[in-house]
Design a protein around this ligand. Structure first.
Ligand SMILES: [Zn+2]
Length: 369
């Protein structure tokens, strides 16, 4: 499994300045690569390299390998955008908050020291690691890394390839439905991230809408500030919810977790415009990634299934039922929270033959805010 550790670097003023000038050159190169990507609709690393490498290598101060890394960073930024066929390709600006990509050819490690490529040649710096990072560092194989500047310090975010956790032998399966009403519902009967969290999301949205309709310069600045705050809060909530979900899986002896394939979540949820705009902003993918990350740490298996009909189908009798707000009703008499019903369907979709029997008590419902 891959894990990233963020290592603080101990630098002199002069070294810090050297990294700052490397960053400026790197981001400048990225910004020069962007027009090639836009013009050719190309974010494949090899193809983009063939298109623009020579031009960038001559115009930039960067060495050949760093130019390759800049191409990598541009491709990664465009891949993360998930641009649909036929849609216009946006111009991505690489601002100062972006990181510098390093690979095995542009950095090396020796004990607690790191040797980095800079415009003035190699630079040797000391890494400051806590006990947690030391443990991971000693067990893993170092891969690529990102160098970032945060609040006055440089950090080396190093990806490590760690040995996989022994696989959990528990036979239970737990379905997790991610949704707008509550963030996560588990087939074991628990709801996470409703109540207070939902209220908070509504507040963010109404504040944002108010500022957007204002349109003045100061409103735009405030909107930018709020966006950052919102993103940090979302991440924090997603961390808490993912942790609670994994604890639930462990407590209910579920060795396997089932989630929906999120590719079409935006299309799938046929909600009003208001709800959809909120959905877009909520980072479901981030939550799913965090759940997978934490599941792997505990040796739990993660399965993804096609969620078609998971919210319309009755999890007891397979018939299509009706939804009345958050209540799912079926003619067979089944009535339960619609998200829980969906999570139980996901659980069953993962079973190749026949109906899955929930390993845990399906009637217990708790809301954790
Ligand atoms: Zn039914």
């Amino acid at each position: 499994m891959k894990r990233t550790i963020s290592i603080k670097l101990r630098l002199t003023k002069d070294q810090s300045n050297q990294l700052a000038s490397l960053r400026d050159a790197f981001l400048n190169a990225c910004n020069q690569i962007v027009p090639f990507a836009v013009q050719h609709r190309c974010w494949n690393r090899v193809a983009l390299h063939n298109i623009c490498y020579t031009a960038i290598r001559t115009s930039s101060q960067l060495g050949s390998q760093m130019v390759c890394n800049a191409i990598f960073s541009v491709c990664k930024a465009y891949k993360n955008k998930c641009i649909v066929k036929g849609e216009n390709v946006p111009v991505i600006r690489f601002h100062k908050n972006r990181s510098i990509h390093f690979d095995k050819r542009t950095y090396s490690l020796k004990g607690n020291f790191l040797s980095l490529y800079t415009l003035q040649g190699r630079m040797r710096v000391e890494m400051q690691m806590g006990p947690f990072q030391q443990t991971y560092f000693s067990q893993g194989i170092p891969k690529e890394a990102e160098l970032t500047f945060r609040k006055g310090h440089w950090y080396f975010n190093l990806v490590l390839d760690l040995p996989d956790q022994p696989i959990c032998q528990d036979k239970g399966i737990m379905g997790i439905d991610l949704g707008e009403n509550v963030l996560a519902a588990t087939s074991s009967g628990k709801l996470f991230g409703g109540g207070k969290v939902r209220h908070e999301r509504h507040q963010f949205l109404s504040k944002r809408r108010c500022l957007q309709s204002n349109g003045s310069q100061s409103a735009k600045q405030l909107l930018k500030k709020i966006s950052g705050k919102e993103a940090r809060r979302i991440k924090q909530i997603n961390h808490v919810v993912s942790k609670q979900v994994i604890q639930e899986a462990i407590q209910t002896n579920a060795g396997t977790i089932v989630m929906e394939n999120l590719t079409n979540i935006r299309k799938r949820i046929r909600a009003g415009k208001k709800v959809r705009s909120r959905l877009h902003r909520w980072a479901f993918r981030q939550l799913q990634t965090l759940i997978q990350y934490k599941a792997e740490t505990h040796g739990l298996k993660v399965l993804y299934v096609n969620p078609a009909y998971s919210s319309q189908r009755c999890s007891l009798c397979d018939q299509l039922g009706k939804r009345d707000r958050h209540l799912f009703k079926c003619s067979c008499g089944n009535q339960q929270h619609s998200d829980l019903n969906a999570s139980r369907n996901l659980c069953q979709f993962a079973q190749p033959i026949g109906r899955a029997t929930c390993t845990v008590n399906c009637t217990q419902v708790a809301t954790i805010g």
